[in-house]
Write a protein that binds this ligand. Sequence first.
Ligand code: BES
Ligand code: MN
Ligand code: ZN
Length: 501
Amino acid sequence: MKITVNTGTIEKVRTGALAVLLFEKGKFGTFASRADRALGGMIEKLVSRGDFTPKAGNVTVLYPEGDLAADRLLLVGLGAAADFSADKLRLACAKAASAARGAGAKDLVIAMDSTALTGEEAGEALAEGALLGLYRFLRYKTTRENNGAKELERLTVLTERSTQVKALSKGLSAGEIIAASAIMARDMVSSPSADMTPTTIAGIARGLGRKFRLRVKVLDRPQMRRLGMGALLGVAAGSVQQPKFIIVEYRGGGRKPWIALVGKTITFDSGGISIKPSENMDKMKDDMGGGAAVLGAIRSAAALKLPLNIVALLPATENMPSGSALKPGDVLTTMSGKTIEIINTDAEGRLILADALAYACRYKPSLIVDIATLTGACRIALGTEASGMIGTDEGLKQALRDAGEKTGERVWELPLWEGYCDLIKSDIADMKNAGGRDGGVITAACLLSKFVEKHPWAHLDIAATAWTDRERPYTPKGATGIGARLLTQFLREQAEKTKKG
Ligand code: BES
Ligand code: MN
Ligand code: ZN
């Protein structure tokens, strides 16, 4: 979809759909007032009589029949002015865009009054909201009625002030980049595991490498063996799909130290020999959501030309049962030399992350963030409103919290106390890979913490947030692409901070 900015008078805009944004109470903005006047006070009447309540994300379609040049007028709610934020604008624009497409319009003009946001912030939220809200995964729909033949082709932002054009278009471009990265992550997560293998993901990384000048290295089994990645190889032992250890480097930061992002990339988690029940096992194609998120984030960082050095690490494999599979009771030697007794082969994410985190330490990074669909326990602890966060560095955790608030991809911290870590002590090895049902999010993180040396580190558990069964603001049902936007925002803030510091 092509996105542009224009100045002009609202009455004369020729378009399939024209959207005006309304706050729940208080005066209309300039655009809404002019549209209202052209329609003889109809908007005012609809709102005051309660036929349309401008709650955030509410939309109604009107037919101006010549009073305006537009074919349709969409009234779009922003909610209370006091609660206004970039997130509300994302939601409103997502709803406007899908209502326009649903009504059959080919193009949409969003009339954007000036708000408390800067032009750049508004442009970014607008593009992000519209693109993410329009997202559909159609790769496997073959018929016309199934594949949603209707598409919105153009989105134009109408502003009253020519001085805003530059800021708005700068924001729109950033929003397009960030949405495209999140959509890439959604597409990867939505894809069946048969078509999103470690090899496929390595190919996607190489494609990004060519497009954005990233250095991409992919290690195969013999190379992993030489590095001593016994944990990753142990998980891969039962699969006929070749595991890949994918390394993506973006160098935009001169002599700055590396930032390491590590993403769990299990392309299918059957549980292995400790096999999962069949109910919902189909969803276990989403177990590479962490890897998709870090690829999305490094894509955004490169496209936004952030002045940082970033390495994204994706340990990629299936977790399958077979005659050659890892078994409960086995002991694996990790790349760091530490040993892990396998209690449950379904606790595989922490195993592949153990080797990836050890590999991350070779970069002597200024910080490490890992992101993983790690534990079902995270859903029990926090539900689907927040991802779990555990880490060793207060500044890093605060930065992730801030990025979470800004992007709507919120995180909530759980503690990493000694007593929890006692639960993964093994009788025969350095640790065991499962600590029982109590505090499952935390005992998983305890294991990870043994592999990050002294580097500032935070872990994000997205097991409950990578996929959604109900529609969320600007997130249709299915893969959410969570983490791509959160980590991008985090990286932008790191870029700001290291510029000043
Ligand atoms: N990938 C799963 C976690 C998961 C569960 C993600 C549900 C999304 C939805 C992970 O590998 C896993 O199986 N974890 C086990 C750990 C247990 C065996 C200690 C779990 O959470 O049950
Ligand atoms: Mn598992
Ligand atoms: Zn898993």
